[in-house]
Design a protein around this ligand. Structure first.
Ligand code: SF4
Length: 346
C-alpha cells in the first residue's frame, strides 16, 4: 500500500457490500473489459448533462462522438446486444432539456469556472484522502441552494432509496468542509435509462398510435426515417409528450444535519475498517446482489471448480493501466487534515 490511502464513497460501498468484490476491484485492480449497458448509458448521460450545466450545448457531445471513429466502431459492435445507445441517449437528453425548459430558472453555481463536476480531495484522517465529485451546485428561484445529483435508473427510485443513500449525505459534508455556502438540501435529478420505444408499422404502412413508453425525440426520428405517409403523427407526438413525466422527475430533499452526522460517522468507521482489512480480508458475501456484481463470473467459476485464471484473462483487464482521465490539478478543491479538524471543532 502506498503512503496515501485513497477512499471514495463507491469504494466504501463496495467494501460494505462484499470484501471479495473489494479485493478484486481495489487490491487486484480488476475491471471488466466491457462496460454494462446501464454503465455506458449512465456515463453518456452524465457527460452530456455536465456540458449542459457548464452552459454549453449537450447535443454537440453526441455529434462529437459520431465523429470519433474509434467510439463508433465500439458502438457498432455493441449495437446488436444493447441497441443504439448513442441514439437513445441523444433522444433522452433532447427531451430532458425540453421537459425542464432548458433549466432557465436554475442558476448553476460556478467553482473555478466550472458549472458541474466539482472534484474534491479531503484529507479526512492523516494520510487518508477522500476524493469525490459533486455533480453540480445550484440555486432555485426561491434562493435555496442545492447539491444536484443526476441519477439514471431502470427501476424508479423511491424514498427508501434516498434516505439510505450514502453519497448524498457525505457530499453535503464535503461541501461544508470545503467551506462552501451551506446547502438547503439535495436535488435528485432522475432520468429513466430505458430506450424510448419505437412505434410499430401497421399493415397500411402508417405508424401505430398505440400507447408505448417513448419520447417525442424518438417519434421525430422515426417519422424522419419513415418511407411514405406515417399517418397520424400529431396523436403519436401528443402521447409521447405526455409520457415525458415517466422519464424525468426531480425530488428536492431538505438536508437533515443529524442524519448527515450519523451517516458520516459510519462512513469514517467503515474507512478505518477498510484500511485495516485492505489486502487481508476477501471473504465472499454471497447474496442476491451477486446478480449485478461485475465479479460474478469469477466467483461462479471458483465455486463451480472452473478455471478462474482463464475467466480473468478473458473478461477482465488491469484497471490500474486503463486510460482513466484525471481532472486537471487546478480543478480539484482541496482541504487538508487541519481544515477537517477545525471544521469538526466548530
Ligand atoms: S459475486 Fe457476490 S460474492 Fe462474488 S464478489 Fe460479487 S458480491 Fe462478492
Amino acid at each position: 500500500m502506498s503512503d496515501v490511502f485513497r477512499v471514495s464513497q463507491s469504494k466504501v460501498k463496495v467494501w460494505r457490500r462484499c470484501h471479495r468484490a473489494y479485493d478484486f476491484k481495489y487490491v487486484q485492480g480488476l475491471r471488466k473489459k466491457r462496460k454494462s449497458r446501464p454503465l455506458q448509458f449512465g456515463t453518456m448521460i452524465h457527460e452530456a448533462l455536465e456540458i449542459h450545466c457548464n452552459g454549453d450545448d449537450p447535443l454537440e457531445y453526441f455529434n462529437h462522438l459520431r465523429s470519433d471513429v474509434e467510439a463508433m466502431r465500439l458502438f457498432a459492435q455493441e449495437r446488436e446486444e444493447y441497441g443504439d445507445i448513442l441514439e437513445d441517449c441523444e433522444d433522452i437528453v433532447t427531451d430532458y432539456l425540453k421537459y425542464w425548459d432548458y433549466d432557465e430558472d436554475i442558476r448553476y453555481v460556478r467553482k473555478r469556472r466550472r458549472g458541474a463536476e466539482h472534484h474534491f480531495e479531503i484529507e479526512l484522517m492523516p494520510g487518508v484522502i477522500w476524493n469525490g465529485k459533486i455533480d453540480n451546485l445550484l440555486v432555485t428561484p426561491n434562493k435555496l441552494r442545492w447539491l444536484g445529483e443526476h441519477k439514471t435508473y431502470t427501476r424508479r427510485p423511491n424514498d427508501d432509496d434516498r434516505w439510505r443513500n450514502l453519497q448524498g449525505a457525505t457530499y453535503i459534508r464535503a461541501n461544508d468542509i470545503l467551506g462552501w455556502q451551506p446547502l438547503d438540501g439535495l436535488l435528485w435529478d432522475y432520468i429513466k435509462s430505458k430506450p424510448p420505444a419505437t412505434p410499430s408499422v401497421l399493415k397500411d404502412g402508417t405508424l401505430s398510435t398505440k400507447k408505448i413508453d417513448t419520447l417525442p425525440a424518438k417519434i421525430h426520428r422515426v417519422i424522419k426515417r419513415h418511407e411514405g405517409d406515417p399517418g397520424n403523427t400529431k396523436a403519436l407526438l401528443a402521447m409521447a409528450e405526455k409520457n415525458r413525466s415517466q422519464y424525468f422527475h426531480r425530488v428536492y430533499a431538505p438536508v437533515n444535519r443529524t442524519v448527515t452526522d450519523m451517516i458520516f460517522e459510519d462512513f469514517k468507521a467503515s474507512i478505518r475498517e477498510m484500511i485495516d482489512g485492505h489486502g487481508k480480508c476477501s471473504e465472499m458475501n454471497i447474496d442476491k446482489h451477486c446478480s449485478w456484481c461485475d465479479y460474478e463470473p469469477l466467483c461462479r467459476s471458483l465455486l463451480q471448480g472452473l478455471d478462474v485464471d482463464f475467466v480473468k484473462e478473458k473478461e477482465y483487464t488491469d484497471g490500474t493501466k486503463t486510460n482513466h482521465q484525471e481532472p486537471p490539478h487546478s480543478a480539484i478543491h482541496k482541504a487538508d487534515y487541519d481544515t477537517v479538524q477545525q471544521f469538526a471543532a466548530s
